[in-house]
Write a protein that binds this ligand. Sequence first.
Ligand SMILES: [Zn+2]
Length: 277
Amino acid sequence: MDRCNLCGGTDFTVLEDHGTVQVVRCACQLVFVTPVPSRGEIEKTYQDDYYEPWKEQEAARRHIWTRRLRGLQQLDRRRGRLLDVGCGEATFLRLAQQEGWQVSGTELSIAAAAQAADLDVHRGEVWEVGLSGDTFDVVTSWHVIEHASDPKRMVAELFRLLRPGGWMVLATPNVHDYIFRLGYLAGRGQWPTLYEADERELHLFHFSAETLSRLVQAVGFTDVQIRFDRGAAAVSTKRLVNQVAYGWYRLTGLNWGIGLELVARKPAFAAAERLCA
Ligand SMILES: [Zn+2]
């Protein structure tokens, strides 16, 4: 049996039983698929046809990337070194490059990485590609961590790669997406499931604001903020649902949107030492 990626425990409640695969909630509240598929199985999911539907959503996606970049530039006005983990076909990296960032990326998919061969894009998991520590001013990862086989290892590696004082921005689906769930129930007469065997999107981990915050704090990140991810939906019906959820969030402060956006910082040890000296 897999151990919980967040707490290391094995005290699970089964939420969905799909025969060989189960979706469980650990006593620490992390929700995940077990057993985790092999590296080869995960990689196989992201071939050419995975990216096909994105081409039809190009305008909506460009709008999302522009908004994400604007948000990031509010954190740090300097244009430094940016790493995007799971950069796909690198649309976001190209946009950032045009804005003056020095960009790098990592990507597991052979098909997607081939589309970004002219950029500094490394193929593989971020912990496999041998990047130097204390290098990047900002690391981003947009709706990738839920697909990763080992989220804790991923955020630990992002912590190592950031320079002290650098920022991480992570977006991922929100397991507390109640507005979407209600909309789905109303439209289809049943609750959505967290796992489907033939699903295009293989989500292995389902985070809440709370479990995601605890995961990044466990590897050393501080100044953790959770925001509403307005870029979580590119398809029009989901976008509409997310608009309703955003209205609800503005009204009540309850983040029931489709996605979460986490911003956190690697502590600036060096700066603190200088102040003490
Ligand atoms: Zn746990």
